[in-house]
Structure formats: structure tokens, C-alpha cells
Design a protein around this ligand. Sequence first.
Ligand code: NAP
Length: 307
Amino acid sequence: MNTAWHVLGAGSLGTLWACRLARAGQPVQLLLRDREHLASYRAAGGLSLSEPGHTQTYSIDAQTLIDDGPIQRLLLACKAYDAEAAIRSVLPRLAANAELVLLQNGLGSQQAVAALAPHARCIFASSTEGAFRHGPWQATFAGHGHTWLGDSLDLTPAPWLNELQAAGISHEWSVDILSRLWRKLALNCAINPLTVLYDCRNGGLTAHPCEVATLCAELSDLLHCCGQPEAAYQLHEDVLKVIAATAANYSSMHQDVTQRRRTEIDYLLGYACAAATRHACPTPHLHALHAGLRQCLQAHGLPAGRV
Ligand code: NAP
């Protein structure tokens, strides 16, 4: 019997991963917050995944975070701001050589988790797949993409990549996962906050070329200061390409704000600004953007993140 995939966070990505692994015959165990969530999940009969043309429900085993039993492999599929608390609650269950796969966007939460579980191998992931929840225990697979996985402390590929292959999860082992995460963070910082402040689709940023260019220049300097020159390569060109290719879309942060959901600001723009301060890297426009975004979130009654 293969090692079980414990999936903590039965939201959009957690459902997407759990359902694909389960239907490929991998043992999957969902970790739910408490008995109430467990009862609600059991009443629903499982997790439903909608894909183009069909919806299927998978009766995946579930238990609460504080149930018994060691956890050897954990897929952490919660938001970045929930990651530390989530790991704390399962710490007593983690096996001595546990592996944690961290799906969180941005940076900062992965390092916090790794500090909490120093005995575990932490594998960071960066994904371009898209999924959203359309009801309790229901998710829609909205955009096919690819997931890069890597461990900056141990470049040896994880031994279970063949299980992802069998589950149809498009993936690749990355020997420079931090560079990928930084690049994604920089793209996000150059686009998402501005779409919130201007209340526009990504394409609306073509009306603000100087602001985008200035942010890209500062982000590029910051990446160099942080020892990530590859993540800075042609950043501005790439940002313009993303804006053009996704012109009709609302950014994920814009969607969070319009749907009154907490954003991951501390792990994106907040993380970039904190790194700039730490490295004494001058990024006045990035800091002004952070202050403007915090103000805007507060005005919407949403958590504004750390200063
Ligand atoms: P999501 O839909 O909000 O799902 C997160 C899930 O984690 C929720 O079901 C939440 O439960 C659960 N959770 C949080 N803390 C928990 C705890 N202590 N115990 C048990 N469950 C807990 O989030 P998501 O969209 O899947 O995003 C997860 C991460 O992946 C984020 O960092 C996101 O930026 C990244 N990402 C997402 C996508 C995407 O398309 N969705 C794509 C790329 C990257 P409650 O609902 O009860 O809070």
C-alpha cells in the first residue's frame, strides 16, 4: 500500500488534488477542522469535482486534525495566512521523516511552516492550475496548468512524482523553486494590487504604463538584492505579456476583494516590501502601492495585513 496523502484544506486546490489522486487509486485522507466539518462532509457524501462536461463525487476518507495516527505525507492546501496555525494543529501527528507539500502562493508562509516542523522535508509548490469553490465540498477545475515542486535544501526529486503522473497532475521537479516563487510573486505585485486600486480588469493596466514600468524596475532591483537575478530576467516584458494575455480577466486579488474575501497581501506585496526594507533596497513606489492597497482593503472592511 502506498503512503497516504493527507490533504489539509478541502477548498479549491485541495479538492482538485484529492479527487485526482483518489481516482488514480492513491490512498487519500482529508483532514478537516473539527467534528462539525466532518459531519457536514459526510452528509454531502464526499468531494465533488466539476470538470468540462462532467461532475463526479468522490467518497474520500476524512478525519479531524486531532484524530489519531501518524502523518507521513501532508499536502497543505490552505491559504498562506492559515498555514502556520494549520501545521501547529497537526505537529504532534507528523512522523519523524514527514514530507510536507506546500501549495501556498507567495512567500513567507513556507518558511514559517518549515521553522515549525524542522524535522520534516518541506517541498514548495508553484502552480498555474486554476480551481474555485462553487459550494461546500464542491470545486470546479477552471484552468489546466502546471505545478513546479522543489526543495531548496535537498535537490533530490521527491520519490512519489510517479503518483502525480498517474493522477494526471501535470508537474515538474524544479531545482530552483525559490526563483519560480519569487518570479510569480513579482508578477503578482506588478499587476494584482493595481487592478484592485483602479478597480479594473488586467487589461485596464494598459492605461497606466508608467506605473507598471516603475514597479517592474523596483521589483527587478529587489530580486537582485535578494539574490534572485534569474527571477528578474525580462520581468517588465513578461508583465506586459501577462497583461495582454489576460486582459479580459479580473486578477485573483481583485476577485477576493469584490467577493469580500481576505487577501494574501502579507505573502505577496507585504513580503516584497519587508524584503526590500531588510535589504535596504530603495523601492518607494512599491511601498506606496502597499500603503494604498492596505488603505483600500481597510475601506472594504477586509484585513489590511501587517505594515
Ligand atoms: P481555498 O479554496 O480557500 O481553500 C482553503 C481550504 O483550507 C478551505 O477549505 C479552508 O477551510 C481550509 N483550511 C484552512 N485552515 C484550515 C485548518 N486549520 N484545518 C482544516 N482546513 C483548513 O483556497 P485555495 O484557492 O485552494 O488556495 C490554497 C492556496 O493555493 C492559496 O495560497 C492560493 O493562493 C494557492 N493557489 C490557488 C489556486 C486556485 O486556483 N485556487 C491556484 C494557484 C495557487 P474553511 O473554508 O473552513 O476556512
